[in-house]
Design a protein around this ligand. Structure first.
Ligand code: FAD
Length: 690
């Protein structure tokens, strides 16, 4: 079933030598038959694919497998980059693998002339990413069993490890740390250091680059590899499909999968299959020019989606037309934007990250993170395809000089097309193989939002509270704009027929592929979370939610309000909310008043305004002022919740809470910190931060 008729036709055409495969002359100098072993489904996944990693390596002649545990795509991207570099610089036969797709009980049979790499993100409260859960449980398990039952089970195994974490979280990089510990304990040999990237400090990319070079040197020594001059070799082959147009029924123009293409999307809806949900209502929460915060109600009644108060909803964004145009233009693809192409993996272990046949326009608009920060290493790779010598030199410099790159690219929040345009002085970069872009630009990721409604009150409608990401940056003519939130803003403007929609917003193709999102729809799925009210409603709750951090607490409060309306008794419910000024960004003010009317003394709102008067007051200050009461509530087993900014607020709140406990109970701070730690471990202290 995987091998559809079109594939066969394409294959036949190639065998007959009638398809012009070398779209760009010598740049596409690949001699092997691109279709020899990759006639899989849309994304190269083969039916009945082995879960045995040794077998998978042997079948495809690989000596280096790179596993990723990824939630937002960064770890996956780093894994691909390691694969690419290992191949081009050291001639390693590399493959990238999703941790979820293999079993691990035969790690003890990986031959010692091979290497296994782990690129592991830590998610939330020190948890593995969704795709790494099984591996993590296996490898850190009490009595892990391997196929051969040797005393030192993994003495054969050479491994490399890099972690992606965020130092503002309690369990910084715990995935890579714990996996590394477990592997060492099992007798495996690590090559190089176990690297750690820190998103909290904003140094992830640089940490990765600084880690990988010494790792390659160590690996080179260990396996006796020879370094060679890296030459770009495409991973994907691109074939123009002349018989097809963007209106042909089999051509994907942004549909995420086959069911959507055929116009019959069905559940289960998940990270591979979004539900195209109608937006019931949408409105602005702020009362100030130039800053926007959206409230949206998303109707899931016609789907089999469910949610619980405290869960997350994922929004699948579309790129803004302005950036799609810029990207296509700089690659000299504007005239070909609607040409139909098939993209095939030139090597069996690579996956095409979107369904094909499709168009350049659809790939760029719906599947590539074209607005994201640019990787320095990627610029170095692209230097080879520069339109002139000066641009080539500049790209090489940007790729090699961290500080220069920072000052020219990072501070202006340039995306890849903007960098190319600036470096090349507007000249087109038509020599860049499109494969390099598919490899170098990450897959467009859904954005998560803490659901701000209560499933008790409205089980079939999900609310989102999202602040629109827009920053004026020095040295830039136009502001930097976030992808998903400006897409949502555009939807809201259209839904409300606003007379002055933002011009940028107008460029979004909000009616979606084949106009299937028309009538104000947005593709979504739900991700269940552990951020939950206590099951016993009489327990007190303390919620710290400044700014959009209030989102899940709106859900919590509405839930408890509904319980009171249903005749239940609820425990003390305190919300600490902070914003700039009561007249500007004090959202949901009326709703809190209504909650108060129903809940009486069991609900209390504590406010902190940071730009009113001379002193900046934040939620953590207000929390401190209430020390006595907070401590008393904690002694009554109150649940403590923090949501919002991970970088500063959440950490400060944690510190303040320990101070409160220390002072009120007359115990040393270290002891109080220990108590807070235990509260976290027992879920009495929960965080939903980003
Ligand atoms: P993006 O385009 O993704 O940009 C986001 C940031 O990335 C920018 O501000 C910038 O710092 C950086 N960036 C992007 N491109 C570049 C570049 N080229 N150069 C340099 N830097 C760049 N948000 C809410 O408003 N409400 C919520 O309830 C909420 N809940 C969340 C819950 C979870 C579990 C998580 C993980 C996140 C949550 N968020 C929430 C954040 C939300 O998911 C998005 O990150 C946010 O809305 C921004 O998305 P965006 O696509 O508009 O911005």
């Amino acid at each position: 079933a995987e091998l559809d008729t079109l594939d066969i036709i394409v294959l036949a055409a190639i065998l007959l030598g009638t398809v012009a495969y070398f779209t760009k002359g010598t740049l596409w100098g690949v001699t092997k038959d691109p279709y020899s072993s990759s006639l899989g489904g849309a994304n190269g996944a083969k039916a009945g694919k082995t879960r045995n990693l040794v077998e998978a390596m042997e079948e495809s002649g690989k000596n280096c497998i790179i596993f990723y545990g990824s939630q937002t795509g960064t770890a996956e991207d780093y894994a691909s980059r390691l694969a690419k570099e290992g191949k081009s610089r050291y001639g390693l036969e590399t493959m990238v693998a999703d941790l979820e797709e293999y079993d691990y009980d035969n790690l003890d049979t990986v031959p010692s002339d091979k290497v296994v790499m782990f690129v592991l993100a830590t998610y939330g409260e020190g948890e593995p990413t969704d795709n790494a859960v099984d591996f993590y449980e296996f490898i850190t398990g009490e009595d892990v069993n391997f196929s051969e039952g040797r005393e030192v089970p993994l003495d054969n195994l050479n491994y490399v490890a890099f972690g992606l974490g965020n130092n503002t979280y309690e369990h910084y990089n715990s995935m890579v740390r714990n996996v590394n510990k477990a592997l060492e304990k099992l007798g495996a040999h690590r090559i190089g250091e176990a690297g750690e990237g820190d998103d909290g400090a904003g140094t992830m990319e640089e940490d990765f680059l600084a880690w990988k070079d010494p790792m390659w040197v160590a690996l080179q020594r260990k396996l006796g590899l020879e370094e060679r001059e890296a030459v770009y070799e495409p991973i994907f082959g691109i074939v123009e499909r002349e018989g097809l147009t963007k209106d042909s029924p089999e051509v994907y123009v942004g549909e995420p999968n086959k069911m959507h293409l055929e116009g019959t999307p069905k559940g289960p809806f998940n990270a591979h299959n979004p539900y195209i949900a109608p937006i019931a209502t949408s409105y602005e929460l702020f009362n100030v020019k130039d800053r926007n915060c959206l409230h949206m109600e998303i109707d899931i009644s016609a789907s089999n989606l469910t949610y619980q108060t405290g869960d997350h909803i994922a929004v699948w964004p579309t790129n803004p037309g302005e950036e799609v145009d810029r990207f296509l233009d700089i690659l000299d693809l504007t005239d070909k934007r609607h040409n139909v192409i098939s993209v095939k993996a030139l090597e069996p272990t690579a996956k095409v990250p979107f369904p094909t046949p499709t168009t350049y326009d659809a790939i760029v608009r719906y599947h590539m993170e074209i607005c994201a920060p640019v990787s320095r290493q990627f610029l170095a790779t692209l230097a080879a395809f520069a339109p002139d010598e000066a641009s080539k030199a500049e790209m090489t410099k940007l790729g090699g000089d961290k500080d220069y790159f920072h000052s020219k690219v990072n501070v202006h929040h340039l995306n890849i097309a903007r960098v190319l345009k600036t470096v090349g002085n507007g000249k087109k970069w038509g020599k860049i193989p499109f494969s390099a872009m598919i490899e170098g630009v990450t897959k467009l990721q859904p954005r998560y939002y803490s659901i701000s409604s209560s499933s008790l009150e409205q089980p079939k409608t999900i609310a989102i509270t999202a602040v629109v990401e827009k920053q004026d940056l020095p040295g830039r003519e136009d502001p930097f704009r976030g992808v998903a939130t400006n897409y949502l803003l555009a939807l809201k403007e259209k839904q409300n027929g606003e007379p002055e929609p933002t011009p940028f917003g107008l460029t979004y193709e909000i009616t979606g592929p084949r106009n299937r999102y028309d009538g104000i729809h947005v593709p979504v799925h739900v991700r269940h979370s552990n951020f939950k009210l206590p099951s016993d409603p009489s327990k007190p709750v303390i919620m710290i939610g400044p700014g959009t951090g209030v989102a899940p607490f709106r859900g919590f409060i509405r839930e408890r309000k509904k319980m009171v309306e249903n005749g239940e008794t609820v425990g003390k419910t305190i919300l600490f909310f902070g914003c700039r000024k009561p007249t500007e960004d004090f959202m949901y003010e009326k709703e809190w008043e209504e909650a108060k009317k129903v809940m009486g003394d069991s609900f209390e709102l504590v406010l902190a305004f940071s730009r009113q008067g001379t002193k900046k007051v934040y939620v953590q200050h207000r929390l401190k002022e209430r020390s006595k009461e907070i401590n008393e509530l904690l002694e009554k087993k109150a649940y403590f919740y923090v949501c919002g900014d991970a970088a500063n607020m959440a950490r400060e709140v944690n510190t303040v809470l320990a101070q409160i406990i220390s002072e009120e109970r007359g115990i040393p701070e270290a002891k109080a910190e220990e108590i807070v730690k235990n509260m976290r471990a027992s879920n009495q202290y929960q965080e939903d931060v980003w």
